[in-house]
Design a protein around this ligand. Structure first.
Ligand SMILES: Cc1cc2nc3c(=O)[nH]c(=O)nc-3n(C[C@H](O)[C@H](O)[C@H](O)COP(=O)(O)OP(=O)(O)OC[C@H]3O[C@@H](n4cnc5c(N)ncnc54)[C@H](O)[C@@H]3O)c2cc1C
Length: 439
């Protein structure tokens, strides 16, 4: 059945990145149709830890992250895992990751992420003020704690020396220490607090608010899977599973991990992998005064969302569609019980994929292979944090304005081979002279 739509812009992907992009363009007066694939699994945008993590300026592709990988392995009690049966997917990706983890790459990545994260907080405030649900953004900081003395010494040193952008590190107050001591069943060796960071009131409420705001701004939204981008005369048309072909003025690719196959179909190198994470969630007991708490020796973050509390962890490389690993939910339940996190009542289990590129930088820009194709995916551990600024940048690209952040470091062609670069005939639109962000 043919889909009727007058939309000038088709956004592929209804996660937080696609939803904010669609909202920002609809608010700018551009008729927008958002397509989201039907699925029985909720994507990362619903299952994340809800943390506005503007402190995470250093990319996870770095010599330090690479060095620490063996001791972070799940087999040794850590949170890092590789699905053996999916080695065909993560093997090539891991080679690229190692290549992008040199000190020089990490430093360039830090500078690039820093520019995005600096703009992320203000963009979040603008988005929050624009949404129908009140107070979706809670700017209450977060806490990092360590149980072991050695982990505490190493962790404190690492955070004290790290670039944390616009976030501010401080000692825990007596009240915070007392609150932790009172609630937890374990002793905390040390802890620090971050200001200027925050959380969303609830990731699911956020997604509902984004959908509602997009519709109210005149946008359309459909459940439909895009199976290909057809390239004709330097432009793409959108091919849907039911055989429909859409020919909008512009296409925005924001399909998380699903973006990779579609972008490769038009000649891009797009090595985005599913970096899978897990959470458990249940009704909250006595946890009210605490912001998100990171238990760093357990690689776990605990966040309260209204009357529920969620514990999230794991970095598991594999296929997005492979089944979840029950040992990981069991590990989370054990940790929650040991710590005394009050999860009273039925506990739900979730697994979903962070869309991650080998240098841990997102891809945001305009395709050099199709003049009407804009892309915004690969937001790794920071998609919730970076969605509002990404939406503003994509809206600027769609309107032909200069974006507020220089986009050269996020150009997808950083992964293209020299031969692929030669076939990219369309000049990149000018992104080197950022202007002030336009709300
Ligand atoms: C356990 C965990 C905790 C996290 N915690 C945080 C956090 O605290 N803070 C933070 O900033 N980030 C966090 N993240 C990361 C963040 O959730 C992701 O970066 C973000 O959700 C990615 O959003 P997205 O819209 O790009 O992709 P997704 O949420 O994956 O959405 C992509 C959408 O595109 C659709 N799609 C894909 N292919 C197609 C197709 N062919 N046709 C149509 N639709 C398609 C999918 O169905 C999906 O709805 C966490 C992630 C995990 C897993």
């Amino acid at each position: 059945m043919a889909m009727q739509s007058n939309a000038q812009i088709v956004v592929i992907g209804g996660g937080v990145v696609g939803s904010v992009c669609a909202l920002r363009m609809a608010r700018a007066g551009l008729p927008t149709l958002l397509l989201d694939a039907p699925s029985d699994r909720r994507p990362a945008s619903y299952g994340n830890a809800g943390h506005i993590a503007i402190e995470q300026v250093s990319p996870l592709a770095s010599p330090a992250a690479l060095r620490s990988a063996p001791r972070r392995l799940f087999a040794f009690g850590g949170a890092l895992d590789f699905r053996l049966s999916d080695i065909a997917v993560w093997g090539p990706w891991a080679r690229l990751y190692i290549g992008r983890s040199s000190a020089a790459h990490a430093e360039r990545g830090r500078v690039a992420l820093s520019s995005l994260l600096k703009a992320a907080g203000p963009a979040w405030r603008r988005l929050s003020a624009d949404l129908p649900s009140p107070a979706l953004l809670i700017e209450g900081g977060h806490i990092v704690v360590w149980e072991g003395a050695r982990a505490a010494a190493a962790g404190r040193k690492a955070w004290t020396g790290a670039d944390i952008g616009e976030a501010r590190l401080r000692e825990l107050t007596e009240g915070e220490r007392g609150g932790l001591k009172q609630r937890l069943h374990v002793d905390i060796a040390d802890g620090v607090a971050f200001d200027n960071t925050g959380q969303v009131r609830d990731p699911v409420l956020l997604m509902q608010a984004l959908e509602q705001a997009h519709l109210e701004a005149g946008g359309e939204r459909r459940r439909a899977r895009v199976v290909g981008l057809e390239q004709v005369d330097g432009r793409v048309h959108v091919q849907l599973e039911d055989g429909t072909r859409l020919s909008p003025d512009k296409v925005v690719m924001a399909g998380g991990v699903g973006s990779g196959a579609l972008m490769r179909g038009v000649g891009h190198a797009a090595p985005v992998i599913a970096e899978r994470g897990y959470h458990i969630e249940g009704p909250v007991g006595d946890w009210d005064a605490l912001p998100p708490v990171v238990f760093e020796d357990r690689s776990m973050i605990v966040t309260r969302f209204g009357e529920r509390i969620r514990a999230s962890s794991f970095v598991e490389f594999g296929r997005e569609t492979s089944p979840g690993d029950p040992r990981k939910w069991a590990y989370l339940k054990r940790n929650v019980a040991e710590l005394g996190v009050p999860m009273n009542g039925p506990i739900s289990e979730w697994m979903g994929a962070r869309p991650t590129l080998p240098d841990y930088l997102p891809a945001i820009g305009v395709s050099r292979r199709a003049a009407n194709l804009i892309y915004a995916f690969g937001h790794q551990h920071l998609g919730l944090t970076l969605a509002p600024i990404t939406g503003e940048l994509v809206a600027a690209l769609a309107e032909g304005r200069a974006p507020a952040v220089a986009l050269a470091p996020f150009d997808l062609d950083r992964f293209a081979s020299p031969a692929m670069r030669q076939t990219a005939a369309i000049p990149q639109i000018q992104t080197s002279q950022p202007q002030e962000a336009q709300p």
